[in-house]
Design a protein around this ligand. Structure first.
Ligand SMILES: [Zn+2]
Length: 305
């Protein structure tokens, strides 16, 4: 065990408070949870490493029982992710209508996973009357499949880091930042890669939601082998600002429904009931209030410094 106090993964502050510890599900050791007194990030030490993202993980047989990359890779339409994709596309539509691009829209899906969102965007084809040019980034076997079989432009991190500044109109980072040992470096890179006026679509769990606050580190989302950088609206907005991005308020609908259905993946009866209830907007808003989904800001790259 390290003798020195850890530094905040988001802001680097060494003013951190130990919140408690809990054991890993697969890695037999305790992990410590710290809160940063400066930016309020909740983070895990030590980082278990990327080795845990193996084929069992992608089947939902690892620390996250709610992922199913194989199903998403084969046909995202058979999953509930379309609800989330429609919602994110609606936000991009609104942004691009207000900031009409003058040429093809360059879109980077950072952490593209099994590629469902890339395929959704490819099928959709255009935004604001302009064609999409898609790039993805991820690690592992699905990234290789997406490049080889589906002919997507998939870049590794070293290649993305060498991309020219201000290349992308839109960058999506969907349920990725909580996995990153150095989220600050990735947001700095994304800020550099966004064009002035560009949009960052980012989703992650909210540690300030009512359920999260009540359950503390025992909240299910606090899975220390994989979710190591746990944000709330304040810590996320602070990270954006530190890297020259402006927080952007959003209101999610389908993304909220998707989170509910995903969490009930192994409970078919409750999932069917939830699917019916999610047709009622007040139910969606109640879930959003409990989990603070829409309280997590996206971001804009300002047009002038
Ligand atoms: Zn911090």
């Amino acid at each position: 065990m390290s003798a020195s106090a850890p530094r905040c993964r988001a802001c680097g502050s060494s003013s951190v408070l130990l919140r408690g510890s809990k054991p890993g599900q697969f890695i037999k050791r305790d992990f410590e949870f710290y809160t940063c007194a400066t930016c309020s990030l909740l983070f895990v030490e030590p980082f278990a490493g990327f080795e845990i993202y193996n084929d069992a993980y992608y089947r939902g047989a690892g620390p996250d029982p709610f992922v199913d990359y194989e199903e998403e890779y084969r046909d995202w339409r058979r999953t509930d992710r379309g609800l989330e994709f429609d919602d994110l596309a609606r936000l991009a539509d609104r942004h691009l209508a207000a900031h009409p691009p003058r040429g093809p829209i360059e879109w980077l899906d950072f952490g593209c996973g099994a590629g469902g969102f890339l395929k959704y965007l490819r099928e959709r084809g255009t935004f604001a009357g302009q064609p999409l040019q898609l790039t993805g980034h991820d690690l592992g076997s699905y990234a290789e499949l997406l490049a080889r079989e589906d002919r997507f432009r998939i870049l590794d991190l070293d290649t993305i880091a060498r991309e020219p500044s201000a290349r992308y109109d839109v960058i999506s980072l969907i349920e990725v930042i909580e996995h990153l040992p150095d989220p600050s470096a990735v947001i700095a890179l994304i800020s550099r890669l966004l064009k002035p006026g560009g949009l960052l679509l980012l989703t992650t769990g909210n540690m300030d939601g009512r359920v999260a606050r009540r359950q503390g580190i025992h909240y299910r989302y606090c899975a220390p082998e994989i979710h190591i950088s746990l944000f709330n609206p304040r810590s996320l907005a602070a990270l954006y600002k530190r890297h020259g991005l402006s927080p952007l308020s959003v209101r999610y609908e389908g993304a909220v429904s998707f989170k509910v259905l995903k969490s009930l993946r192994h409970q078919p009866v409750r999932r069917a009931l939830a699917r019916a209830a999610l047709h009622l907007p007040p139910f969606v808003r109640a879930v959003d209030w409990l989990y603070g989904v829409s309280a997590m800001p996206c971001a804009l790259k300002p047009t002038a410094p």
